[in-house]
Write a protein that binds this ligand. Sequence first.
Ligand SMILES: [Zn+2]
Length: 303
Amino acid sequence: MWIDTHCHLDAGEFDTDRDAIIAHAFAAGVTGLVVPAVEVANFDAARAAARAMPGGAYALGIHPLYTPRAKDADIAALREAVAASINDPRFVGIGEIGLDFFVKDLDPERQAFFYIEQLKIARDFDLPVILHVRRSQDAILKQLRIYRPSSGIAHAFNGSHQQAEMLLSLGFKLGIGGAMTFERALQIRRLAADVPLDALVMETDAPDIAPAWLYKARNRPGELPRIAGELAKLRQIPIEQLAEATSANALSVLPRLATAMAQPCPAERLPGDALGASSASSSSADSLNPAASLAPHEDPSAH
Ligand SMILES: [Zn+2]
């Protein structure tokens, strides 16, 4: 069992073949998947994408790269959406939120406003957060120490060992994905190999952060096991051990995820014999051919 803790399954890049992407991921053994929202306008799409995937879950939040077009009132809209979703078993937390000091022309004060206001919402509802941290590790940590969300994930983490340790001490796990598959990504590879196994969760960030073998192409959640295979090699541990540990880690920082993963999928959206396979081993999941059952019904206009 694999959990993709960060996948933008609602993205436009998947509009023409989302069902096939879901079927491919499920057949590859991805039985849990978290769709973080990026702005108020895509909350419904994130929710719908999560419901279309067996084991799908979603988070609600305003991404730092979307702050230029976000309005102050979006904070109130997020708070309302969270209150309305709190009994939804597929809803698991606040995200994707954070700070991006790499992308030029983003107002750091505006980003900080949205980051802090969303940390308050996470604290008020006792929800974990999914963090976007880019060249902003220290500023991220500073606010975490003040607002103390219960737990969360630092997605696509690329900081120092010391910053990683501080995040871990605050109840966070580090999201590892395609960036680690590049041999020249020395810092991420060293970190991913060195930190304790209970520090890590797996993610694809699909359609972004493609692994080395898909360089500059569209990433997809079904690549997760192969990405994890690279990490297992780096850490010199059996891949089964990595699957078990990273799944347990994800469930520990996203406490609502276990319930989300237990939700039945609407029968017409199930990729292949998903109900029967969900409790079976990955080898029987491999024998599924969900694409065959979906292909005849594929109708891109349905999305
Ligand atoms: Zn993301």
